[in-house]
Write a protein that binds this ligand. Sequence first.
Ligand code: AHR
Length: 305
Amino acid sequence: TALTACGSGGGNAADDGKITMGFAQVGAESGWRTANTKSVQESAKSAGIELKFSDAQQKQENQIKAIRSYIQQKVDVIAFSPVVETGWDTVLLEAKRAKIPVILTDRAIDSDDTSLYETFLGSDFIDEGKKAAQWLVENSSGPTNVVELQGTTGAAPAIDRKEGFEDVIRSKPDIRIVASQTGDFTRSGGKQVMEAFLKSQPDIDVVYAHNDDMGLGAIEAIKAAGKKPGVDIKIITVDAVKDGMTALAGGEINFIVECNPLLGPQLMDLAKKVVDGEEVPERVVTEETTFTQDQAKTALPDRKY
Ligand code: AHR
């Protein structure tokens, strides 16, 4: 039970012995997010943690409202995946004053005050961007025009996947990003932006999409323009959800960098420790791999999400 340190001051774990977690989710913008939500909900159940769940529809103000309501309800621990990096200090200070520990999951915040949260569990997004670019460096020759479909503006994975990618392509000046715009991590966003790129850019060799969903939207736009995705225009994405892996195995995507959404079990583990006042590492990085078309064919039958 949670009778010690951080959690007990604000929460109700001490009252009924059960931990209550308030989870403020980003939204339901992608296949990745759906798998992540399912993982959180299922693992809370099996860990015996009562979950209060909210969907912010990709809006920071909704997440802030949800966090404030969790503080008011005196949950034992708050976990959230910040839709954007900045602007969290005020509400997290309120949680801190109420002695409710906060765990960041999936996405990080940009704040100088690291005392506002206990730990951050999630991927290394810069590394994901680097892996995407590394494949392109190894698999392209001559002048290569890239269009980039960015994730949600201001979100950690959008900022970091761009940074990591740009860092690596710098070593090969033939590779140029000729256009870059946000598709908000959604399939419809990816399609719309790609349609515009196809009109404004005469010579596109590669699409780098910050997630599978936007890549899948781009595939629709490329086909509608009479071109062959994966052949006329190469596609690199991040996530490796089932729909993305299916397109990769089918030759319409060329390379996917994995981003693991199954963070639930580790999150519940960390939550129990934090509520019990145990030490937890400041940063827990998710282990991830990459997939070529052949590797996707092998992995697909066992893919869980
Ligand atoms: O924060 C993780 C990112 O958010 C995933 O890569 C993307 O699909 C999701 O919307």
